[in-house]
Design a protein around this ligand. Structure first.
Ligand SMILES: C[S@@+](CC[C@H](N)C(=O)[O-])C[C@H]1O[C@@H](n2cnc3c(N)ncnc32)[C@H](O)[C@@H]1O
Ligand SMILES: [Zn+2]
Length: 271
């Protein structure tokens, strides 16, 4: 159940958007998303330029195999659930979220991100695709506008993992799906940027109240054919902020790049 980010009472839908019984009102913007950012949130997430770079890169469908694999995993996790609620936390511009909505028409999908630019894009794309089972809100993963034990699945893809808040909002037995880079992810890109490229270290999410449930790895080769695609991919990565000038210049001169990509899809069950 959706709750008011101000007073935490139930939010009911009306023709403008949502309102609680205490009179707090959250209208749906023309682009189709609602702002449910609570008072405690800090930061603003990805800015419009980063959203644009990621949108352009994702529109190549280079990461579609990942989205389809995750949708299949969620389908099997939801087997038999009635009107399940799936929260995509840190959904960005909704590339994956909209694919999940199309693949899981029996589920209600809610995409949230603290970047308004991102959810604005996500919602207008969902409208253009005619997806009726997906909604978007500006909201922080650390302060979700949902009541306790209301979600069947929470998914976090390359986004902050708010373990305590996810445990609060998931139903008992609900699943947390974390998608993160595998050790060799984008090694071909890193080999251009750095003299001594390193492997990604596995993350310790320090999850309390969850039991590890499953782990799958997806690996394949990306063949990028233009410098713009290469630079858009670069702008989506953490290396964008910590690459020495010479490394960036080497990348700026490339017209094509083959690089492996690898993703770990980790599943946890809420105890
Ligand atoms: C690397 S992007 C991944 C976006 C999307 N899941 C994807 O894979 O395309 C990380 C996203 O997390 C969002 N973000 C950062 N802090 C957040 C928070 N506290 N709550 C929700 N989203 C957050 C950013 O705005 C950004 O869109
Ligand atoms: Zn309220």
């Amino acid at each position: 159940m959706l709750v008011c980010p101000v007073c935490r009472t139930r939010l009911k839908e009306n023709r403008f958007g949502y309102a609680c019984k205490k009179g707090h009102r959250f209208d749906i913007a023309a682009q189709g998303y609602v702002n449910l950012l609570g008072a405690k949130h800090s930061g603003s997430g990805d800015d419009p330029a980063m959203v644009k770079a990621r949108t352009e890169f994702l529109s190549l469908d280079s990461y579609r195999p990942l989205a389809e694999k995750v949708a299949d995993i969620m389908k099997s996790l939801l087997d038999g659930a009635e009107n399940p609620l799936v929260l995509d936390c840190g959904c960005g511009e909704g590339y994956y979220t909209n694919i999940y909505a199309a693949a899981l028409p029996f589920a209600e999908i809610f995409g949230m991100d603290i970047s308004r630019a991102a959810v604005k894009h996500a919602a207008s794309r969902a409208k253009a695709l005619g997806l009726a089972n997906v909604r978007y809100a500006a909201a922080s993963s650390f302060e979700l506008p949902f009541s306790d034990r209301s979600a069947d699945i929470i998914i976090s893809t390359f986004a902050p993992v708010a373990g305590e808040e996810f445990a609060r909002v998931l139903k008992k037995g609900g699943k947390l799906v974390i998608v993160c880079p595998a050790p060799e992810h984008l090694m071909g890109l890193r080999a251009v940027l750095y003299d001594e490229p390193y492997l990604n270290k596995p993350n310790d999410y320090g999850l309390k109240g969850f039991a590890a449930f499953g782990s799958e790895r997806l690996e394949y080769t990306l063949s990028l054919k233009t410098n713009r695609d290469i630079m858009n991919l670069f702008a989506m990565t953490p290396y964008y902020y910590r690459t020495p000038r010479e490394g960036r210049e080497r990348l700026e001169r490339l017209e094509s790049l083959d690089t492996g990509c690898g993703f770990d899809i980790l599943t946890f069950r809420k105890k």
